[in-house]
Design a protein around this ligand. Structure first.
Ligand code: GLU
Length: 513
C-alpha cells in the first residue's frame, strides 16, 4: 500500500465476493474511479471477504475480470480482508485495553429474552450493556472457564452524530437508535464487517467513501469505531439506490444483470460505462453521450441525485446501438465473429501459416468457413454482410438472427410471406421471373446498377412493392431484412438467381400439396 501524499484524494471500491459483479457494484466502482481520476487521486480495490461462507474465489475472479473488461483499473490492490486479520486483532486488543470495548458473555438465550421484553414494551431492540459492568475478577473467571464471548464497542448513549454527506447533505443519527453497544468481534477475535471496514478505510487512508445508500445505516457505527480508535473519519457520499421501471428495488426481473451477462449479450464496454454513469449522476445540460475520458472531465458528486436512479434497459439498448453505429467496420466484424461462431453460422480455424507482420500484411488471426462448405469466407465478406446491419443492431448477439440467410445454403420459405399484399401465386411467380430477367442484364454486379435497373422496372407500377417484396423475401426468407439491392450485391449473381428460382419452386411445391 502506498502512503498518502499531502492533499491526495483516495477512494476505494470494496466489493464482497459473494456474487458476480452486478450493475450496481459496477456503478459504485465507476463513480469512485471517476472521482479519483478527476481529482488526480488514487483508486483502491479492496476485497471484503470477511463472510467466509459466502465469499468465493470464483466471484472474486469474476469481479476482477469484469472491472478489467470495463477498464476500471485500480491504482492499488486488490487488498483482501482475509489477509489482514492480524491488523484487526491488534486494534481490537487495543480497544479492550483502553476500556473502549469489552467482553460480553451474554448467552443467546439471555439476549433473546431481553429482546422479547423490549418487544412487549414496544421498545426498539437494544443491548442494555449488562457485561460492561462486569468486574475485572468476574471477567477473568469467565474467560478462564472458556465461556463463549463476543466483543462489544462501548458507545455513547444519547449523542447526535452528524456527518456531511457529499450527496445527501447533512445526515444526523442519534446513538440511541444504534441498538446499544454493538458486537465488533467474535470470540476468536475475528472482526465483524463494520469494524474491518472502518479500520481499512483509515489504514488505507481513504479520504472519500462513495457507496450505495443501502450502506448509510452502517456509517454511524463506522464513525464510532473510528472515533474509538482515534482516527478521523473520511468524507462520505451515499449514492442513490437503483430502482426498476416500477420504482421498486432493482432486480433481475427489471432486466438487471451481471456485467458478464451484459458482455455476453453483446453490450459494448463503452455503452455500458456510459449507461452506468447516468444511473444517479445528472450531467449538466442535455448531453447523454460520454466516453470514459469525457466522464472523468465532467463527473462531479454534486451532480449526483438523491432520489432513486431508475434503470432503463431501453436506454442501454439505445446507447449500445449508438456505439455500434460508430464502430469502425473492422472492429465491428471482430466483435461480431464470436456471435456468428456461437450461432453455428461460421467456424473459425486458426492457421499455422500466418504471414509474419514483416511482410506488411494483416496477420490473419483465423480463417472462417461456413459449416459444410470448403471455401473460406473472407473477413471482407463478413464485413459486407455485417455492415448491412450496423445501423439497426442493438446488441451484438443479434447478428446471427439478422444475417443467417447469408450463410445458409437453402432458405426454408414460408409461402405466404412471398406474397405482397393481396398478390396471388401467379403474380408472385411473374414478379420473380421478371426480376430474374431484369437482373440477367446487369453488367457490373454492384448495388448501383442493380438498383437502377430494378427500380426502373418496379416503377412501371405505382406500387413498387409488387416486384420488390417477393424478391427481397426470396433472397432473405424474412419478413424484415436489409434492402434487396444490398443483399444481392453481397450474395453475388449466382446465389441471387438460385434463390429467385428456389422461391419460385417453393410456390409450385406448395401449390401441389
Ligand atoms: N462490501 C460492501 C458491499 O459489497 C461495501 C462496503 C462499503 O463500500 O463500505 O456491499
Amino acid at each position: 500500500m502506498d502512503r498518502k501524499k499531502k492533499n491526495e484524494i483516495r477512494v476505494r471500491f470494496a466489493p464482497s465476493p459473494t456474487g458476480n459483479l452486478h450493475i450496481g457494484g459496477a456503478r459504485t466502482a465507476l463513480f469512485n474511479y471517476l472521482y479519483a481520476k478527476k481529482n488526480k487521486g488514487r483508486f483502491i480495490l479492496r476485497i471484503e471477504d470477511t463472510d467466509r461462507e459466502r465469499s468465493t474465489k470464483e466471484y472474486e475472479d469474476n469481479i476482477m475480470r469484469s472491472l478489467e473488461w470495463l477498464e476500471i483499473n485500480s491504482d492499488e490492490g486488490p487488498f483482501r480482508q482475509s489477509e489482514r486479520e492480524e491488523i484487526y486483532k491488534k486494534h481490537i486488543e487495543r480497544l479492550l485495553e483502553e476500556g473502549k470495548a469489552y467482553y460480553c458473555f451474554c448467552t443467546r438465550e439471555h439476549l433473546e429474552k431481553m429482546r422479547n421484553k423490549q418487544r412487549e414494551k414496544k421498545e426498539p431492540p437494544r443491548y442494555e450493556g449488562k457485561c460492561f459492568s462486569l468486574t475485572q475478577k468476574e471477567k477473568e473467571r469467565l474467560l478462564k472457564e472458556k465461556k463463549n464471548f463476543s466483543i462489544r464497542l462501548k458507545i455513547p448513549e444519547n449523542e447526535i452524530l452528524e456527518f456531511d454527506d457529499l450527496v445527501r447533505g447533512k445526515v444526523k443519527f442519534n446513538t440511541k437508535d444504534i441498538g446499544g453497544d454493538f458486537v465488533i468481534a467474535r470470540d476468536d477475535f475475528s472482526a465483524l464487517y463494520n469494524f474491518v471496514c472502518a479500520v481499512d478505510d483509515m489504514d488505507m487512508e481513504i479520504t472519500h467513501v462513495i457507496r450505495g445508500e443501502d450502506h448509510i445505516s452502517n456509517t454511524p457505527k463506522q464513525i464510532l469505531i473510528q472515533r474509538a480508535l482515534g482516527f478521523l473519519s473520511p468524507r462520505y457520499a451515499h449514492i442513490a439506490m437503483l430502482l426498476g421501471s416500477d420504482k421498486s428495488k432493482l432486480s433481475k426481473r427489471h432486466g438487471a444483470a451481471s456485467v458478464t451477462e451484459y458482455k455476453e449479450k453483446g453490450y459494448l464496454r463503452e455503452a455500458l460505462i456510459n449507461f452506468i454513469a447516468l444511473l444517479g449522476w445528472r450531467p449538466p445540460g442535455e448531453r447523454e453521450i460520454f466516453s470514459l475520458t469525457e466522464l472523468i472531465e465532467t463527473f462531479s458528486l454534486k451532480d449526483c441525485q438523491r432520489s432513486g436512479a431508475v434503470f432503463d434497459l431501453q436506454k442501454l439498448d439505445y446507447l449500445n446501438g449508438y456505439y455500434i453505429r460508430n464502430m469502425k467496420r473492422e472492429d465491428l466484424v471482430n466483435a461480431c465473429i464470436p456471435y456468428l461462431v456461437k450461432a453455428g453460422l461460421i467456424e473459425a480455424k486458426f492457421e499455422e501459416d500466418r504471414y509474419p507482420p514483416a511482410y506488411g500484411g494483416v496477420v490473419p488471426q483465423a480463417s472462417y468457413y461456413v459449416p459444410g462448405k470448403k471455401e473460406k469466407i473472407s473477413f471482407q465478406k463478413l464485413g459486407e454482410i455485417i455492415s448491412l446491419y450496423q445501423e439497426r443492431m442493438k446488441v451484438l448477439s443479434e447478428v446471427g438472427e439478422f444475417t443467417d440467410y447469408f450463410f445458409k445454403e437453402n432458405i426454408d420459405y414460408q409461402k405466404e410471406l412471398l406474397f405482397w399484399k393481396d398478390a396471388k401465386e401467379e403474380d408472385t411467380r411473374k414478379a420473380l421471373e421478371k426480376a430474374a430477367s431484369i437482373l440477367s442484364k446487369v453488367e457490373n454486379w454492384k448495388r448501383e446498377e442493380i438498383e437502377e435497373k430494378m427500380i426502373k422496372e418496379a416503377s412501371k407500377d405505382k406500387d413498387k412493392g409488387k416486384l420488390l417484396w417477393p424478391v427481397r423475401v426470396a433472397l432473405s426468407g424474412k419478413k424484415a431484412s436489409a434492402g434487396p439491392f444490398d443483399i444481392m450485391e453481397v450474395l453475388g449473381p449466382e446465389t441471387t438467381f438460385k434463390r429467385l428460382k428456389s422461391a419460385k419452386n417453393a410456390l409450385k411445391r406448395a401449390e401441389n400439396q
